[in-house]
Design a protein around this ligand. Structure first.
Ligand code: UDP
Length: 140
């Protein structure tokens, strides 16, 4: 299985409740390594750019306002099959559909305020990592 890198974000609902360490521990316990990390309070413009793929969706305004409402932690996770593995650890978008033991089942407050983001494919992982990090920020 390939060693991959994926982009992960701890969202403002989770930083507000001081869950950063608990969430990072879940990634580390599952064998993913944090190879870059930064705390960011993004602007509305940065949130709109990051989520541009969703710009025509009805929840776009609410999502970008929420994402710029407080600090987030942007990070790069590395490990075997990291993209799919991260999605498994996160759980389904809607916490009421998330599997037991996943981050969203444990911590998400709603379908919008769902504690974590994770890339869904190699192309989006590369784009999302490049949106927040320079190559030299990543230390494997
Ligand atoms: N979202 C929302 N309402 C919805 C669907 C999604 O507010 O009905 C938000 C939610 O924060 C989600 C993000 O938009 O995490 C991106 O949606 P996506 O379908 O890509 O889910 P994810 O990949 O985050 O599981």
């Amino acid at each position: 299985m390939a060693i991959e890198r994926t982009f992960s974000m701890i969202k403002p609902d989770a930083t507000r409740r001081n869950l950063t360490g608990a969430i990072i521990k879940m990634f580390e316990d599952a064998g993913l390594k944090v190879v870059a990390s930064r705390r960011v309070h993004m602007s509305l413009r940065e949130a709109e750019g990051f989520y541009a793929v969703h710009k025509d969706r009805p929840f776009f305004g609410e999502l970008t306002e929420f994402m710029s409402s407080g600090p987030t932690v942007v990070q790069v996770l590395e490990g075997e099959n990291a993209i799919a593995r991260n999605r498994e650890i996160m759980g389904a978008t809607n916490p009421s559909e998330a599997e037991d033991g996943t981050i969203r089942k444990l911590y998400a407050e709603s379908i919008g305020e769902n504690s974590v983001h994770g890339s869904d494919a190699p192309e989006t992982a590369a784009e999302e990592i490049a949106y927040w990090f320079a190559g030299t920020d990543i230390v494997g």
